[in-house]
Design a protein around this ligand. Structure first.
Ligand code: ADP
Ligand code: MG
Ligand code: MG
Length: 934
């Protein structure tokens, strides 16, 4: 859909408008097209459901007005304008300016101030706001409307020249940066405006004083120098006319939708480009008028660990940007109780109102102007997996939400965080904490330290575990944060950029560890009289906020300890109990069940402990690589006659039997889908001369013959070569041995009193006849073993659907197959004609160009490969009503793909053992959403 952006004027708008939520109530809105400005304040046009049109910020500003929270008045320019802007060479709809005029007039009327006025000037903020919040990606401009005249008016009106000039200084700086593009050059270490400030501080105060200590004169001088800097760098005069300022700022917000940082972020979180951003223009309230004013950010509950406490921070005598920028370290919100008790009580009231109304934890921004609280933003708070779990359970108990909502509140793709290791208790006791900071992202991380994003990325690409250490982070560090195991910062509070992003990405993070001295030039970190160089190890505990020297050993999370290691203490923890409750609800809500891909009894047992109800895929070839087996396997491949091959297979049989028996026992009666030999044989043979010579000595086959056989087996396209059922058809004795091993193991375990349900799966079937030939071999082995052992075995034979021809002829294949399992890895390879192992050279570029939205090997290509699945499901069921249908590719553990599999109504998904909880949650959510959609 990115093409909507490139479309011509005439078609772009209507196409987009149809998709966007249109308000139903007002007559003007019913017409839809043409209304680009939505007011909020005394009169409010929008509401909280209109995020696609108004952006998240705009919709919630409107919603807060509707529930009478104190919001400074303003208006929202819709995302449609953003779409229009890019479709029309960066121009606006002609009617926009008139609607903005009316918007400004409405703000003027509500505030009693006038834009550009020389007595009581109205200042506004210009704020971006996409549908989903994009922290740090878009830039806000505050105090717009100031110039050399209005600043004097503001000073006179408020009797506070310091305040007026502080606003002006900030405005020129932000405008210069965001709109006029005066930013750090690669050869500079600091933002140019910050350099000017530092210089002036040193000239006039001989030290680095806080911004709040700058005098009116200092501020006036700064404005002068800033304007000169802008002139020099941007070659432009700073605009004096408020309307020019406003239109420039609006353009900059729309322009920033396509900046590199925004693009990187959207790619990471799969936010479509065509959504666009809205722009909010809002009357300023001032947190920088003195010590009865301030700005803050708060959560209605703790977003790191989920505890129900008022959580947040504020800065006295500051504007909002200061809090998130991590320039000054803010104070915890609880401090306000002492410093401004009335404002604190008001915030407590707001906190309750927000949760009651939105029924979810809110992350909100506020400003206090001379003791009066104003709300500037609210949104559902980003949270760690741990907090999400606790929020959902607590809010259920508080009757704010029902159990289904509680299930939906846990993000499936984050759930794995709960299974991530923590520091080993005994190791931590021995380790020395060298610094403490704020626990901003729970979990344990050990890594080699790097002080900038690029070097962190490079090290991670080399396979190192990386800890990114920064004084504070900014959006430029995003790539490094993604690459790192954990993030450590010296400055910044719980709502600093580092903390926000870490929470969202599930990264371990300690921020504001003031004791560490980060030296970017020297690439060292000094702390506790020690110096760490880049590449040295450090460890951080993001749950406790502690920093350790060196590498600290980790231990399993309470959930893993309780489920897998049967640790009684772990089972008593709240985290464990909540997790179990969630999993129980998942079972209640799901239609599909979850199986696992496992090749060993241990993996199987783990998966069952996590709630898997069977194996969806056992790759028998994995068993051939262990110990001596590989030699017997190689003998089998090198055999020249059927007899020789049978002799070698006879050596493999007992190994396979034991493996299967172990798996059946671990399954405790659940079914196991066992796939017959699949990969091309050359994968088992040694490829270097030395290895061939060694093997020759070991098994007594001449090296020349080994070499010759390797050559013989060489294929140009092994992925499409002699593999899958083609092997079993070429060498039926291999399938015969495997079938016999399965049935002998089944007989053995069944005699032990354990139910056994083998499901034999023939891979890579494209023709019904292939399957028929293999089924015959399987049935013959089954008959033989049942007769020998005098048992009756309950088994099935089916196939993997992983070739388009197999999917398209599924009706025929289902005549023989009792089940299908979709091998979506191969189905993606063959369906797209794209080798998974070779796609690295072009696929990332494809993702950048949005030719593919997501890596099709990670998330199923629903409209292409998914269609093959859909066809096979329909045709398979048409032939055999009760055919069992599952998926065992990599996609079985991917939440987005699981939603697709729910839509086509598979019976189960199968994934690796540690993904089982994720898949259970995703399957439950998919079922709940499917029901809600009915
Ligand atoms: P972001 O999306 O990066 O959070 P915002 O648009 O929320 O950007 O602006 C950042 C901060 O600027 C807000 O938290 C708030 O403190 C301050 N701010 C924005 N608009 C106003 C306003 N009208 N009056 C006072 N402060 C404002
Ligand atoms: Mg904000
Ligand atoms: Mg396959």
């Amino acid at each position: 859909m990115a093409k909507t952006l490139a479309r011509k004027k005439s078609t772009a708008k209507p196409a987009q408008a149809k998709k966007l939520a249109q308000p139903k109530k007002t007559a003007a809105a019913a017409k839809g097209a043409g209304k680009y400005v939505y007011l909020f304040g005394k009169k409010t046009d929008g509401n909280g459901t209109m995020k696609p049109l108004l952006g998240g910020k705009g919709a919630n500003l409107a919603e807060m007005c509707r529930i009478s929270l104190p919001v400074p008045p303003g208006f929202t320019i819709t995302t449609e304008v953003c779409t229009y802007y890019y479709a029309n060479k960066r121009t606006y709809p002609p009617v926009l300016r008139g609607q903005m005029d009316a918007g400004v007039a409405s703000i003027e009327q509500q505030t009693g101030k006038t834009f550009g006025d020389l007595k009581n000037p109205l200042l506004v903020s210009v704020r971006s706001g996409a549908r989903d919040s994009m922290p740090g990606m878009m830039d806000t401009i505050l105090n717009l409307g100031l110039n050399d005249q209005t600043v004097e008016a503001l000073a006179r009106k408020t009797g506070n020249p310091r305040f007026a000039w502080d606003c002006y200084r900030r405005f020129v700086q932000m405008y210069g940066d965001v709109v006029l593009g005066v930013q750090k050059r690669p050869d500079e270490d600091h933002e140019p405006f910050e350099t000017v400030i530092e210089q002036l501080k040193h000239e006039r105060h001989h030290q680095a004083v806080e911004d709040t200590r700058l005098s009116v004169d200092d501020l006036k001088e700064l404005v002068k120098r800033f304007k000169a800097l802008i002139k020099e760098r941007a070659g432009k005069q700073f605009p004096d006319n408020p309307w020019d300022q406003l239109m420039g700022a609006v353009g900059a917000v729309f322009g920033s939708w396509m900046n590199d940082r925004a693009i990187v972020y959207r790619r990471k979180y799969n936010i479509p480009t065509e959504w666009g951003t809205a722009v909010n223009v809002q009357a300023m309230v001032y947190g920088n008028t003195g010590d009865q004013s301030g700005s803050g950010v708060a959560f209605t509950r703790n977003p790191a660990n989920g505890v129900k406490e008022f959580y947040g921070e504020f800065l006295i005598n500051a504007q909002g940007e200061d809090v998130v920028a991590g320039v000054r370290t803010p104070e915890p919100v609880a401090e306000l109780k002492k410093q401004m008790p009335k404002a604190y009580a008001e915030l407590e009231r707001i906190r309750q109102t927000l949760e009651k109304h939105f029924k979810d934890v809110q992350d909100f921004e506020f400003t206090i102007e001379d003791g009066v609280v104003y709300m500037l933003q609210t949104r559902n708070g980003k949270r760690t997996a741990m907090a999400a779990l606790k929020f959902s359970m607590d809010m259920y108990k508080e009757k704010l939400i029902d159990w289904k909502t509680a299930v939906l509140r846990n993000p499936a793709d984050q759930l794995e965080q709960l299974l991530a290791p923590v520091f080993d208790a005994s190791e931590v006791a021995k380790a020395k904490a060298i610094a403490t900071g704020l626990p901003a992202g729970p979990g344990a991380a050990s890594g080699q330290i790097y002080l900038n994003a690029d070097r962190a990325v490079t090290a991670a690409e080399k396979g190192q575990k990386v800890l990114l250490v920064r004084i504070e982070t900014s959006p430029e560090d995003l790539r490094g944060m993604i690459a790192a195991e954990g993030i450590l910062t010296a400055r910044g509070g719980v709502s600093s950029h580092a903390a926000l992003v870490a929470r969202q990405m599930g990264k371990v993070c300690v921020c504001g560890a003031a004791a560490i001295e980060v030296d970017y030039q020297g690439r060292t970190v000094k702390v506790d009289k020690q110096t760490f160089k880049e590449g040295d190890w450090m460890s951080i505990d993001g749950t406790a906020g502690k920093v350790y020297a060196g590498q600290v050993k980790t231990a399993p999370s309470e959930i893993v300890a309780g489920l897998i290691h049967d640790d009684e203490a772990a089972k008593k923890t709240e985290k464990f109990k909540h997790f179990q409750q969630l999993m129980k609800w998942c079972s209640d809500a799901s239609r599909m069940v979850v199986r696992t891909n496992a090749d060993t009894p241990e993996q199987t047992a783990n998966a069952v402990a996590f709630g898997a109800v069977g194996i969806g895929l056992t790759r028998t070839e994995h068993m051939f690589f262990e110990g001596d087996r590989i030699d017997a396997m190689r003998e089998m491949i090198l055999a020249e006659t059927v007899e020789e091959r049978k002799a070698a297979l006879a050596k493999l049989l007992p190994y396979q039997r034991e493996d299967f028996a172990g798996i059946f026992r671990a399954l405790k009666g659940y079914p196991a889908t066992i796939r017959f030999l699949d990969p091309p044989l050359h994968e088992f043979l040694p490829h270097t001369k030395e290895q061939q010579a060694e093997l020759s000595k070991k098994i007594g086959v001449p090296a020349a013959r080994i070499h010759q056989r390797v050559e013989q087996l060489h294929e140009f396209n092994p992925m499409l070569g002699f593999r899958g059922c083609r092997l079993g058809i070429g060498y039926p004795e291999i399938s015969e041995m495997q079938a016999r091993a399965v049935f002998e193991a089944a007989a053995q375990v069944q005699k032990e009193g354990i139910k056994v349900r083998p499901e034999i799966m023939i891979p890579l079937v494209a023709f019904k006849k292939e399957l028929d030939l293999q089924i015959e071999v399987v049935h013959a082995a089954a008959r033989a073993v049942q007769a020998e052992q005098k048992v009756k075995l309950n088994y099935m034979v089916g196939t993997m659907i992983e070739i388009p021809r197999g999917a398209l002829t599924a009706d025929e294949i289902a005549q023989s197959a009792e089940f299908f399992s979709f091998g979506t890895n191969d189905l993606t390879q063959t369906g797209l004609g794209m080798s998974r192992d070779d796609s690295g050279s072009f696929l990332p570029h494809y993702e950048e160009l949005e030719i593919v939205k997501k890596n099709p090997f990670a998330t199923i290509d629903a409209s292409g490969v998914g269609q093959l699945v859909d066809i096979a499901v329909t045709k398979g069921r048409a032939t055999r009503k009760d055919i069992k249908l599952g998926i065992c590719g990599e996609h079985g553990g991917d939440p987005a793909s699981i939603h697709f599999f729910e839509k086509v109504k598979l019976d189960y998904v199968s994934c690796s053992p540690y993904r089982v909880p994720v898949a259970r949650l995703a399957a439950a959510q998919a079922a709940l959403l499917a029901k809600a959609g009915d």
